[in-house]
Design a protein around this ligand. Sequence first.
Ligand SMILES: [Fe+2]
Ligand SMILES: [Fe+2]
Length: 503
Amino acid sequence: MIRIAHISDTHITSESAYKGYAYDLIVSEINRGNFDFVIHTGDVTNQGLREEYERAAYELKKIQKPLVVIPGNHDVRNVGYELFQKFIGPLNGVFEFENGVVIWVDSTIPDLSDGRVGGYKFKWLKAKLEEYSKREFKIIAAHHHIVPLPDTGRERNVLFNAGDVLDLMLRHEVSLYTCGHKHVPNVYRVEDMVVDNAGCTSCRKTRKGDVNSYNIITLHDDGRIEVTIKRVTGERAKKEREPVRPKIFVPKEKRLFRIVQLSESNVSDRVYFRRKVLENAIRTINERIKPDLVIHCGDIVDMGIERYYEKAYEFYEKIKAQKLVVPGHNDITYLGYDLFREYFGDPNILEIGRFTFIPVISAQYETPIGVVGRIGQRIIAKHLEEYRETFTVVVMHHNIVPIPRSRERGFLEDAGDVLRMLTREKANLVLTGHGGNSFGIKVENTPIVNASSVSWELHRNPYGNTFNLIDIYRDLMVVFEVQATWGSGRLLGMWKIKEPFNP
Ligand SMILES: [Fe+2]
Ligand SMILES: [Fe+2]
């Protein structure tokens, strides 16, 4: 068993101003506890100044355990990354222990609060993950968060290439991603990986009137990982993860439901719109796939003008199956808000047998950034509660988890709170369609599937224009991505279905 103390965001200032009460309390607790080592995920200092680093070096020496320290955005202010290396240590590195490894990455960008794991560093990280692939516990530590966090206000300061980093970690079976930055303690399970955010160990900028805290990570010999959020008030919150192996499932009984999920048709007369590809896709859907429901996750037209809506309507009229269309930000440009309703109707809750589809309007005028809002979140939560006995599918345009190959900018303002609400209320499936690439991951018990563009040339999918095919069985859900031109498929994800859905 390995026990790690995870501290973060100490924001140490120069001697006169620094109030180290919480810090001293937590450090003495750590020194008394049986920890194997300590990880500090950045913002050691407040402004990256020399006197702060001098003070920080003194404060960090109080920790009587092996210590891994990662730079945060505050540490690299005022070219503080030079001082970090002088007073604290290397910006990137590897810490080996018994049956595991911590690979730490400097995710900062000088003078910005946002994060990045740039090209060369990304390659370095990949090489390290390959080098240490045999280790039982692979831990990646960085400053910036990887999935949206609740209770942080507007979703921002994310890792620009969060989607790529997340994808890389899942492919290499990373056991734990550990970070800080937003001053909110939180633990998520993303697929088989634990995402552990530390709160703020010793500065006053906590959220929602919270107190200072640190996280306790326990790596058990049988592969279990336990994370406990320990507040200075003594309050504890515990989360546990057990690895699922093997990951090959076989469905019991026959298929219950088949969904086709499309997005970003962007019907228009622009050269980027591939009419033939869309026609092909619709033919494949009608003749070969024969779904129970077709869902279009936004941007059915490229611009909200009548001519484009007329065309889009003509295409989608040809689909024989029942349809559910939610608007994206392109759909509501110009007169699109009204045209969308005229041609496709107001998206409403759809009940089909034991399945409930809950459309969410997240698009805003003239911006690719979406929002659900606090009232919207409450309404969706109520619907999820109301339809708990059925299989609930939440449908919206904006992605709530980062998408590989796209630059993450926080496409849903309140992604952190929305993600918490959807996972807390145990939505059975969430379908999104922004970012131009397909991606499917499970956060807590909720699979989240993003559709790529079906017929727009400007996409980010190496597989080309695609749509998703989702088959639901009693105990299992399988998601394929179907190439829109060739009709060939590849597996995007496969997840077990747990209670309470049980038809
Ligand atoms: Fe911070
Ligand atoms: Fe930070």
